[in-house]
Design a protein around this ligand. Structure first.
Ligand SMILES: [Zn+2]
Length: 603
């Protein structure tokens, strides 16, 4: 059936399906709330502020009415983790303790099974190597001293599995060749680099403190390395690999997720040591971006943990770094609809040094007083353009005001929410003492260009809602009460359908009827057509209660309405004949012919 059956026996797939609960798996990354017989949450695959991501525990499927992403638990993991079907199946098998026999695979299949899994295994071995170098080797002593001197506790060093990449060019390369790991695979992990113009490889990380980067299922996806003296680069990260994508990865998330969920708040810092310091001071709901600015993917991942009204606090070590990050992040946040604010630490401090010197309490207080991103930018713009002589004169010069508006127009235009935007426009206007409409005018210049984009995406949201009401009910019944499928089949109900899309969905359902598993779940994974998927999801997720009697009543109602139609058509034909309306007659006869054709198919 699927190509994956080649890799994993079908009965194992069924074992996995039976053991898995989709709500369980999805709630690891998405905050779900019960709503009727389904669960609702914010879609992890697109940005939205009202939940349209629906999970049906009965049918074990999910569907987003905003972006049409949908499927079963396998499709969810494939989309969420960017993995293949066999990988998703193996992930679930591991989770639910189901054994997948390796011997059923040929050597060729084994080789192909997954580059990703091999790279993950290599990363795990490398982590052990780096750990060992830190804890057991003589050369690691100086690294351990360095860490302790920076105030990192032994507990944190162990919790985050810090390590050390020893001096020398190829210690790790030799370690892997002793382990008989193929060079090509180790190279794919980004840990070794081919020598230029010579054969062989050298280690990417040398004489560095090593920070393993975990994903939320505790797999090692990459590494960061920091030098201990003043040489450059100070930090080095794994390159993008089959398992590491920096715009989707956040350092420390595996340790932060529980507390993020509990507090509905997350602190975002830039550096490894900043992150470790926060955790060490009990502020575990913190993550670090890895040498990249915050991306929409990051925000979406975080939102899964903090929920729709969750709070994001960016922590920066200077106004300049803070302004840059704030400007970049408005769009990211506005699309992600989270309440974001920013903390700038006193001059000369980064989160690490601040916590070390003052402890957690003053930090928490600063965070509580953190400013919303736009207010922060307004403050900074005013500060920047308030020259010394303005301050003496007790206010801003005209030129200063013009500069401030010009600094703020792009960030203001980036706010999608109309109410929020007009409130901030008002705030700025009042702050610098000019008319609101003047600010609005400037903002509008910028937003005109953006508006056409927004209109286009809104059009995509319109739910396809055509199709006969009774026909829709029949399909809903077929999806929700599968016991009735033989009845539908025997009576040839689909042949009476006028809506071709609904009819073809019905035919799909009947085709799935003798297979094990839920037709709805099968359909969601088989059908690519966006409109069909949308119809199926909206029909299957409905809160109806079905029993056999109710179904038979609906079928009778549908049939009699169709026969009424037929009688009406016959009457119309008769009338047209009497009136000698040839054009109409021709059209009606064609219609009748179609109906007859359908009926013949039926028998
Ligand atoms: Zn969506």
């Amino acid at each position: 059936m699927h190509f994956l059956a080649v890799y994993i026996p079908e009965e194992k797939i069924n074992d996995i399906k039976n053991a898995t609960d989709i709500v369980d798996v999805i709630s690891e990354t998405v905050v779900l709330k019960k709503s009727g017989k389904n669960f609702l949450g914010l879609c992890p695959f697109h940005s939205e502020k009202t939940p349209s991501f629906t999970v049906s525990p009965d049918k074990q499927i999910f569907y987003c009415f905003g972006c049409n992403a949908g499927g079963n638990v396998f499709s969810f993991l494939m989309k969420q983790e960017g993995i293949s079907f066999p990988e998703a199946a193996r992930m679930l098998a591991r989770r639910y303790g189901i054994d997948i026999p390796v011997r059923t695979m040929s050597p060729e299949q084994k080789r192909r099974i997954s580059e990703k899994e091999s790279v993950l295994a290599i990363n795990r071995q490398a982590m052990d190597f780096f750990r060992c170098a830190l804890l057991e080797n003589a050369s690691g002593k100086k690294a351990m001293e360095y860490l302790l001197k920076r105030g990192i506790s032994r507990e944190i060093i162990d919790d985050f599995k810090l390590g050390y990449a020893p001096e020398g060019w190829d210690k790790l390369a030799i370690y892997f060749s002793k382990k008989k790991q193929p060079d090509g695979l180790v190279e794919k992990s980004g840990l070794i680099i081919p020598r230029k113009g010579k054969s062989g490889f050298y280690d990417r990380f040398r004489s560095r403190i090593i920070f393993p980067i975990f994903d939320i299922s505790m797999q090692v996806i990459g590494f960061g390395g920091r030098i201990m003296d003043d040489s450059l680069p100070k930090y080095l990260n794994s390159p993008e690999t089959p398992v590491y994508n920096k715009s989707r990865s956040l350092y420390g998330l595996h340790m932060a997720k529980g507390k993020c969920r509990e507090t509905r708040t997350v602190f975002i810092v830039e550096g490894y040591f900043d992150l470790l310091a926060l955790h060490q001071h009990g502020i575990q709901n913190s993550v670090a971006t890895l040498g990249t600015s915050l991306t929409p993917e990051h925000v979406q991942i975080l939102r899964g943990f903090i929920g729709e009204n969750g709070r994001v606090v960016l922590v920066y070590d200077s106004d300049i770094a803070g302004i840059k990050a704030a400007q970049r992040s408005i769009e990211v946040f506005d699309k992600g609809y989270v309440d974001a604010s920013i903390v700038v630490l006193p001059a000369g401090h980064d989160p690490d040094s601040y916590l070390l010197e003052f402890g957690a309490e003053p930090f928490t207080k600063l965070a509580a007083e953190s400013k919303e991103i736009i207010s922060f930018l307004i403050d900074c713009a005013v500060k920047k353009h308030l020259s010394a002589c303005d301050a003496q004169a007790g206010g801003l010069s005209t030129k200063g005001k013009i500069h401030i508006i010009s600094d703020m127009k792009v960030p203001l235009a980036a706010i999608n929410d109309n109410v929020a935007r007009s409130l901030y426009v008002k705030e700025l206007a009042e702050r610098i003492g000019i008319d609101e409409t003047a600010v609005l005018e400037k903002v509008r210049e910028v937003s005109v260009a953006r508006r056409s984009d927004i209109a286009r995406s809104a059009a995509d949201y319109v739910l396809q809602n055509n199709g006969n009401r009774l026909e829709r009910r029949i399909i809903a019944m077929m999806l929700q009460f599968t016991e009735i499928l033989s009845e539908v089949d025997n009576r040839g109900l689909l042949n009476l359908f006028e809506d071709n899309i609904l009819k073809s969905i019905g035919q799909f359902i009947l085709k799935c009827k003798d297979r094990p598993g839920e037709p709805a779940s099968e359909l969601m994974t088989i059908i690519d057509d966006k409109d069909k998927k949308n119809i199926i999801a909206s029909l299957v997720m409905g809160d109806d209660l079905w029993d056999r009697d109710g179904c038979l009543k609906l079928i009778a109602q549908f049939e009699s309405s169709r026969y009424r139609h037929e009688r009406k058509l016959l009457q119309e034909i008769k009338d047209a004949e009497e009136r000698n309306d040839h054009e109409l007659l021709l059209r009606l006869l064609k219609k009748k012919q179609m109906q007859a054709k359908n009926k013949i198919k039926n028998f």
